[in-house]
Design a protein around this ligand. Sequence first.
Ligand code: SAH
Length: 452
Amino acid sequence: MLRKNDIIHLNITSATAEGSGVGKTEDGMAVFVPLSAVGDALEVRVLKVKKTYAFGKIEKILTPAPSRITPDCPHFSRCGGCVWRHISYEEECRIKWQKVADAVRRIGGIEAEIKPIIGSERTLRYRNKAQLPLGVSPDGSLQMGFYALHSHRIIDCADCALQPEVFARVMQITRDFLAQTDNDIYNEATGKGRLRHLYIRYGEVTDELMVCYVVNGNGLKQEDLLVKMLREGLPNLKTVVVNSNREKTNVILGSKNRTVYGSGFIEDELCGLRFKISPFSFWQVNRAQAERLYQKAREYAALGGNEVLLDLYCGTGTIGLTMARDCRKLIGVEIIPDAVRDAENNAAVNSICNARFLCADAPQAAAQLEKEGVRPDVVILDPPRKGCGEDLVKTIAKMNPQRVVYVSCDPATLARDLKYFAENGYETNEVTPVDMFPRTAHVETVVMMTRV
Ligand code: SAH
């Protein structure tokens, strides 16, 4: 029987998609070891013992796994952002593919073909957005960076390997500005203090930079100086925005924006279309991979020019709009009013006239459209992590589309929903995992279903 603080020998034989290696003890108990790799022979200290499994930490690597690499970020293992910087990217892709395959087969009971994962060409500096919390350490020094895993403790960073280099410059200028002025930093525990988050966005194609400060109050002291410092240090600065958030909440952005420099938004391109990105707009953080994901979704939708396309959970309309020219009519459904306004605007900017967007709950809107007799030929859905659920699947089946394309950020809820689709007359033909977020625990999937 294992006990806390035992030192054991362990061979790591599998990995969880959340970033732990797993090995089995002689009597068959699974031990989860963070930062280990499949193929490692380890000396492990047991930290916690449950009924059927345990947690441990590496004391010593006896034989390293072939996939092991030296982590290329000094914050790795403390910062909660990345979980896979200690293994090769090939191995990370294998683990992510396996997670999707296991979920689809075991939870969904589906025997469809799982295509190779579409890996990302860039595994470094692929993000175009950062939301950096600020705080003050017990010794009084400024902290700006990322939360530790499962915590709100800030790991102070000067740079992040997933972000464009220019974000480190914005961070440094912000530190310099704070050192010269008496803007105090927000304290999560007390709800007092001013500056909460630094929020940065970058348009890769347009080379436009947005810097946004989330403030507990109306603004910062000496905003003129701040804008001057940012403009001097950042030639591609397009706009500076102050967002007010006076709520005691984990939600980063408040409801009010005030533009202190420039237009209040940036623009970027995706699949040949132009999009306006304001601080509130949803925009894929890995642009290059989003294009490949949408390309795959488009291939699965197989539009011929005359179809009605229903895009559920459409955000700012991106997926549907990139296919609007291939169909007769596009209907998008999204619950957040600002996103719907962005979607309408995005359609107009790109001279797309066959799209309309509804601001509503997707299951409710679908039920209403079904009652009105709307019969889409193809349905695309891209729900948040909790998936779409059985009611929506039933409504979609009643609408009787030829094809359904499901884009998912959670393999488990995807697999559950695929099962509902199977029970309602839709066969899963093909599943393609897409790695939108290299080095992190997340994996995206796109699925093609057809009516049987
Ligand atoms: N398809 C978009 C956005 C997907 S993110 C893209 O690729 O850019 C999921 C979207 O679903 C978010 O915009 C979120 O606001 C929206 N959403 C969440 N719950 C919803 C619901 N019940 N009804 C409709 N939309 C919802």
